[in-house]
Write a protein that binds this ligand. Structure first.
Ligand code: NAD
Length: 259
């Protein structure tokens, strides 16, 4: 294994499952010390213990909801106390909110934006003091193809993901001259527990799984590790001139006009 993040300190939100968990695993193997934040406390404690045992890296589990700004500030302060600084922030915590626009309740709208957009801002603003003090930092926001293209029946999730890409561009420009890069990744369908839950809610989950695979140019659904490798590149110094932009990772599906 290479050590592309040797000596780096990374905080990953949504680390308890799916894409965030895959990023945590890859970053630990690549030499980073980690703070793993999730609202699922058991999941991040278990993952921290496993990754420490497997790689010897320091792994700090953090139990928090990204919508709670005060708790997020406390978790980031604890990370700086424990690991010394924050070099890399991966904003991966997110929720699917797919509703009919006319029956969408205000609380669902709020939850969608609080987790998928405001939560990322809470974490970036909590990481900035450490990054600015060191003149060094890489932020990677996990957006979505929903931030580029519209899939009927998925409102208002795409609105929040468009906002997250806007946040990426805006802050990438704002802090570029002070050594901080902000980029995002837009995955297509990736087989994670969230995707499995969505498939299970379909009338015929196996038929829907096959339909989704058939829609993709490569005829297969993406894997969490494939997003993790993109995050590794963006979070490393190899990507030092990439800033305020977004990388689509969807097997080319979003370029199709007709399937
Ligand atoms: P997942 O549900 O498997 O994992 C998400 C994790 O985030 C969970 O551990 C959950 O506990 C945590 N989380 C959710 N809300 C939180 C909150 N308020 N505070 C703290 N932690 C919270 O989901 P996933 O499929 O791995 O998705 C991860 C990210 O990737 C999300 O931002 C999602 O929008 C995005 N994404 C996923 C796909 C896909 O097909 N799986 C595609 C595009 C984008």
């Amino acid at each position: 294994m290479t050590q592309r993040l040797e000596g780096k300190k990374a905080l990953i939100t949504g680390a308890g499952s799916g894409i965030g968990g895959a990023i945590a695993e890859l970053f630990a193997r690549e030499g980073a010390d980690l703070a793993l934040l999730d609202m699922d406390a058991e999941a991040v404690v278990r993952l921290s213990q496993d990754l420490h045992a497997q790689t010897g890296r320091r792994c700090l589990p953090l139990h928090a909801d990204v919508t709670d700004a005060a708790r997020i500030n406390a978790c980031f302060a604890e990370t700086v106390d424990t690991l010394g600084r924050i070099d890399i922030l991966i904003n991966c915590a997110g929720v699917n909110v797919f509703r009919d626009p006319l029956t969408l309740e205000a609380a669902e709208w709020d939850r969608c934006f609080d987790v998928n957009l405001r939560g990322a801002w809470h974490c970036i603003s909590a990481a900035l003091p450490s990054m600015l003090a060191n003149g060094y930092g890489h932020v990677v926001n996990i957006a979505s193809v929903h931030g580029h293209k519209i899939i009927p029946g998925s409102f208002p999730y795409p609105v929040a993901k468009h906002g997250l890409i806007g946040l990426t561009r805006s802050l990438g420009i704002e802090y570029a001259s002070r050594g901080i890069r902000v980029n995002s990744i837009s995955p297509g369908l990736i087989m994670t527990p969230a995707a499995e839950r969505w498939l299970a809610s379909c009338p015929d989950p196996e038929a829907e799984r096959q339909r989704q695979a058939d829609l993709l140019p490569g005829k297969r659904i993406g894997e969490p590790s494939e997003v993790a490798y993109t995050a590794l590149f963006l979070a490393s110094d190899e990507a030092r001139f990439i800033n305020a932009t977004d990388i689509l990772i969807d097997g080319g599906r979003s370029q199709l006009y007709h399937a």
